[in-house]
Design a protein around this ligand. Structure first.
Ligand SMILES: [Zn+2]
Ligand SMILES: [Zn+2]
Length: 109
């Protein structure tokens, strides 16, 4: 929880994925939310996946299915802490992107 961590645009290694995030699923529309501590800056950050009901098919729908496979999902830090050096075109986060592990049993949507 420190703004002393400077903004660094970085992709953290895919392996191992972050396992400490809390997953929540809600419906109508289907929405998946993962909340946890960013592995880079240690701020709490939330990644949300939403179902866009006007696009029932296509790449987005395929990505949606991956929740059942248990594959780690890509997330970008979206913390609200001010990290020094954040570029003007970045609204939030510390610049880190990482992969979040799904629960061992996957998510049933
Ligand atoms: Zn971060
Ligand atoms: Zn942060």
């Amino acid at each position: 929880m420190s703004s002393a961590v400077p903004y660094v645009s970085q992709d953290l290694p895919k392996d191992p994925p972050v396992t400490t995030f809390l997953w929540q699923v809600s419906s109508n529309p289907t929405r998946v939310r993962a909340t946890g501590e960013c592995p880079a800056c240690r701020c709490v950050t939330t990644r949300v996946w939403e179902e866009y009901q006007h696009v029932p098919k296509g790449p987005a729908a395929d990505g949606w299915k991956e929740f059942a496979t248990g594959k780690p999902r890509y997330a970008r830090c979206r913390c609200t802490t001010w990290h020094t050096g954040r570029p003007a075109d970045a609204d939030d986060g510390c610049g880190a992107s990482f992969y979040v592990a799904l629960p061992p049993q996957g998510l049933s949507l």
